[in-house]
Design a protein around this ligand. Structure first.
Ligand SMILES: N[C@@H](CCC(=O)N[C@@H](CS)C(=O)NCC(=O)O)C(=O)O
Length: 278
């Protein structure tokens, strides 16, 4: 693990690292915000999963998350959204390949060798963080935006012992039914749609539930709301299968980080409350 950049930030430190990841067979970059409280004792950790085109930087530069993490004393980890590099398969479009890993394990060529983002985040990077930072590994939560909201909810439902809290901004809730998800799943997982279900929150919630309520915010003026982010099927499935969801449609907000920043304080407080109770 090699330190790339470090900034003093809200009394803590924002540090960017890169490391040779076995899971993705590539160099992976991630950022960690370490609040001042972590000098005294192990603290909870929140995993922030970003959306299409993003790196660790979007959330750290635009959302204000460090201020709330410093206030509540939680570490924030922001992984990249895919493996990257010249030898890593890519696509010229923004919603496939580098920057668009979809938090899954690809089985198809040319992606399968490197695009293993769910295993990377829940396995390899998880271990790296536990081994190198003062985290209370019994107090971990996951949140994300858009493609990262899909990642947060699907990883949360599948790893209920690992993550004790979950929230999402503008998540893709039914990826198998919308263009972003269909394009990615077809490329990474192939045409057998049965394999898509393991990465589709609307399907997963029928068999995997958590005792913890999931917080979801979407903006009423989100330009992707009706085409990429419909909520109805997920909310119906969650309701039918007793997964509690706090769904909020926030009037006037769009898909951008202006929206994410507006509700980040509430999301961090939500996680802190849930982790205390867990
Ligand atoms: N570039 C795409 C949209 C991609 C997009 O909106 N990405 C979101 C996540 S899905 C994002 O966070 N972008 C980076 C940013 O706003 O900082 C387009 O023009 O349609």
């Amino acid at each position: 693990m090699k330190e790339i950049s470090r900034w003093k930030n809200f009394g803590g430190d924002l540090v960017v690292f890169e490391h040779d990841a076995k899971t993705t067979q590539s160099v992976m970059t991630f950022a960690v915000f370490i609040p001042p409280q972590a000098k005294e004792k192990p603290v909870p950790v929140l995993w922030y999963l970003s959306g299409l085109t993003c790196t660790w930087a979007n959330v750290m530069e635009k959302s204000g998350i460090q201020a709330y993490a410093a206030k509540h004393g939680v570490i924030v980890v922001a992984p990249d959204t895919s493996p990257r590099g010249e030898n890593i398969p890519d696509n010229e479009q923004y919603d496939l390949g580098q920057g668009a890993g979809f938090y899954l394990s690809a089985t198809e060529q040319p992606w399968a060798e490197h695009y293993q983002m769910d295993t990377y985040i829940t396995g390899e990077l998880q271990q790296l963080i536990i081994n190198n930072f003062p985290v209370d590994d019994e107090k971990q939560g996951v949140l994300g935006h858009s493609m990262g909201g899909h990642g947060a909810i699907t990883l949360f439902l599948k790893h209920a012992k690992l993550y004790k809290s979950c929230s999402a901004f503008s998540p893709i809730l039914s990826p198998s039914d919308v263009p972003w998800g269909q394009k990615a799943f077809q490329a990474y997982l192939g045409s057998n749609k049965d394999t898509w279900q393991a990465y589709d929150a609307t399907q997963l919630v029928k068999s995997h539930q958590s005792e913890q309520e999931i917080l979801i915010d979407q903006g009423s003026e989100d330009q992707f709301l009706s085409t990429q982010l419909p909520k109805e099927d997920f909310l119906a499935a969650a309701n039918e299968h007793d997964q509690a969801v706090m769904y909020r449609l926030q009037a006037g907000y769009d898909h951008s980080y202006y929206f994410v920043a507006s509700f980040m304080e509430e999301h961090i407080a939500w996680h802190v409350r849930q982790l205390k109770e867990s």
